[in-house]
Design a protein around this ligand. Structure first.
Ligand SMILES: Cc1cc2nc3c(=O)[nH]c(=O)nc-3n(C[C@H](O)[C@H](O)[C@H](O)COP(=O)(O)O)c2cc1C
Length: 562
């Protein structure tokens, strides 16, 4: 066992090294875009029964600032609320159009290259007409419908001792969708995308007064069987990733215990429908298979899930007047990635301080939405400050864990470590012109230098992977993706726009601060600024096409026949 973990560690460290972008060469990738075989971004189970969900346009919502700080009345789980839950987390939210190209869709969750490798499944005790029938469903964002993949039995979740109306959400990835464009680095992007999806789910659930918990202890193989993925093979197969439990807000802490034999009752015997084909031809990426295999989890029974209240009213003071009284649902649906930033714009100092304070506060204290994880491995944010009022351009550092002395000793001795705000461990390290530097380290992307600031998420890397084994590797990316989702929404709420940045020269970033080994690594980057409006985004109802085709008789019946 020990030897296997060691071998696995090495595969993780090797994969991480070989998928670094370097100034002299990008990580191995196809080198060109094979448009003929661009993977279709929607999985559809041809022949499975479809349940069209309501297209709810107007729905009240809490203020954005109240998420995680105020109790939101719990809504009952029914077809309407489930529809809202999915509309606010995974649905299509806009369309883009450019001359000579067919329009393409954008979703509530961002995705590297807009390729959307993440698929989502629900296991629910009773839905619509199917009272008390536990079933497995796949969510199809294209038609905003649930595809029934299997019926599993009667009231199986209630039998687990789950709080009434609790349900499971299973997440998988189709690595091919990202490797088609990004080659070997794609595994990292898929994991970051999962982090974003964990965020969109956590936010949309909380709007309905529902809590989300990661289900730990369930092995990858068992999860694949439960999600009906075990029989999938070939380059387009889905890899089971993680299971979430969603339950109504808990008044007091309860520890839920789920025995192996009960969980195994969720394995479908018969599956409805077949996965659609995404591309005609494929190019193999064996390094992705290898890293995915080594990061597989094993099961530990019985599963223990601590259901606890996660509202922290004491931190509501941070929802200051700087946050416009905006509705959370509005922010969630308007979120977009900036494609270009206005470099003449400046970030007001108070808004910058507010963003910094809230990020620090919530991450450091593991508050909403960062309470999903037991332990937080993001130890610092490395800032490239470009245009922030009252701050000289340069390199800055936000410390999130108490390893400052160790960090100081490892980083360049010439750094200033000058504290900028009394209440936040945010330091000026080195004044310098960031224009060229920020652009260069982010694969020459102008958004990183033209925004107010860009940042790198530095995680503890080598020690935790050696301690917990290779399965921690994807989790490090999930944590960074979740922080990315938080930053996207926080930026929107104060009137800015952001973009996740997966393309950066890893070791150039490390060189800037003096990281010479694998103790810490920067895993995900981000930029925030004033967007130059992307005129390709169409201001249309994202499901404009659906009402029309749904009104055609038997639309879903026809689809269900495959
Ligand atoms: C993990 C991740 C990495 C990304 N990396 C980049 C990047 O390097 N450069 C960029 O311009 N956009 C990047 N994006 C933004 C995506 O291109 C964007 O999410 C996608 O086009 C969908 O648009 P939307 O975010 O407006 O929905 C990234 C997004 C994610 C989630």
């Amino acid at each position: 066992m020990e030897k296997n973990i060691r071998l696995g560690d090495n595969i993780v460290f090797d994969y991480h090294q070989r998928t670094k972008h370097r100034l002299e060469a990008y990580a191995p990738s196809p080198m060109f875009l094979d448009w003929e075989n661009e993977p279709f971004p929607f999985r559809i189970y041809e022949g499975s029964p479809k349940i069209g969900l309501a297209l709810i346009k107007e729905s009240g919502s809490s203020y954005f600032g109240s998420l995680g700080t105020e109790e939101i009345p719990t809504k009952p789980l029914d077809e309407q609320t489930l529809s809202l839950f999915l509309l606010d987390s995974l649905s299509i939210s806009a369309w883009k159009r450019a001359p000579g190209l067919s329009p393409w869709s954008l979703r509530i969750n961002p995705s590297s290259g807009n390729l959307h490798p993440t698929e989502v499944y629900l296991i629910i005790d009773s839905l619509g007409k199917e009272q008390n029938e536990t079933a497995l469903y796949h969510y199809c964002p294209l038609f905003h419908c649930l595809e029934k993949r299997a019926t599993l039995g009667k009231n199986l979740l209630a039998d687990f001792g789950l709080p009434a109306q609790g349900f499971f959400v299973g997440i998988s990835s189709i690595y091919w969708r990202e490797s088609w464009k990004y080659g070997e680095r794609a595994y990292r992007y898929c994991q970051l995308d999962i982090g974003h999806v964990l965020g969109t789910i956590r936010f949309s659930a909380s709007l309905l007064g529902w809590e989300s918990y990661l289900v730990e202890g369930i092995g990858t193989e068992l999860l694949g069987s439960i999600l009906g993925l075990a029989s999938q093979e070939g380059p387009e197969k889905e890899y089971p990733e993680i299971l979430l439990l969603i339950v109504p807000l808990q008044k007091k802490s309860v520890e839920l215990t789920i025995e192996e034999e009960k969980l195994k009752r969720l394995i479908p015997r018969t599956l409805f429908g077949h996965p659609n084909s995404l591309s005609k031809e494929h190019f193999p990426w064996p390094e992705i298979e290898k890293i995915a295999a080594v990061c597989q989890r094993t099961s530990f029974f019985p599963l223990k899930i601590k259901l606890a209240k996660t509202i922290s009213p004491s931190h509501s003071s941070l929802t200051s007047s700087l946050v416009r009284q905006v509705y959370a649902r509005e922010i969630i649906h308007q979120r977009r990635s900036a494609q270009a930033m206005d470099k003449s714009a400046q970030c007001p100092r108070d808004k910058f301080q507010f963003l910094l304070q809230k990020t620090y506060n919530n991450l450091k204290n593991k508050l909403f939405p960062f309470d999903l994880f037991k332990e937080n491995f993001i130890i610092a944010l490395l800032f490239f400050i470009n245009h922030v009022e009252g701050l000289a351009q340069g390199i800055y550092f936000l410390e999130l864990q108490s390893d400052l002395e160790e960090i100081k000793q490892s980083f360049h001795g010439s750094f200033l470590w000058e504290k900028i705000f009394d209440s936040i461990p945010f330091f000026s390290m080195q004044p310098l012109k960031t224009d060229t530097l920020a652009k260069m380290v982010h694969c020459y992307q102008s958004i990183a230098a033209d925004g107010f600031f860009s940042l790198g998420m530095i995680v503890k890397f080598e020690d935790p992977i050696k301690t917990y084994g290779p399965t921690l590797y994807p989790e490090l990316f999930w944590q960074c993706g979740l922080l990315g989702q938080f930053l996207y929404l926080e930026a929107e709420a104060v009137g800015f726009r952001a973009t996740g940045i997966g393309c950066f020269f890893d070791d150039e970033v490390h060189r800037i601060v003096g990281i010479k080994d694998q103790r810490w690594q920067s895993l995900y980057h981000f930029t925030v600024g004033k967007e130059i409006v992307d005129k390709r985004i169409q201001k249309i109802d994202p499901y404009f096409f659906l009402e029309k085709i749904r009104s055609e008789s038997n639309f879903f019946e026809k689809l269900s026949l495959g």
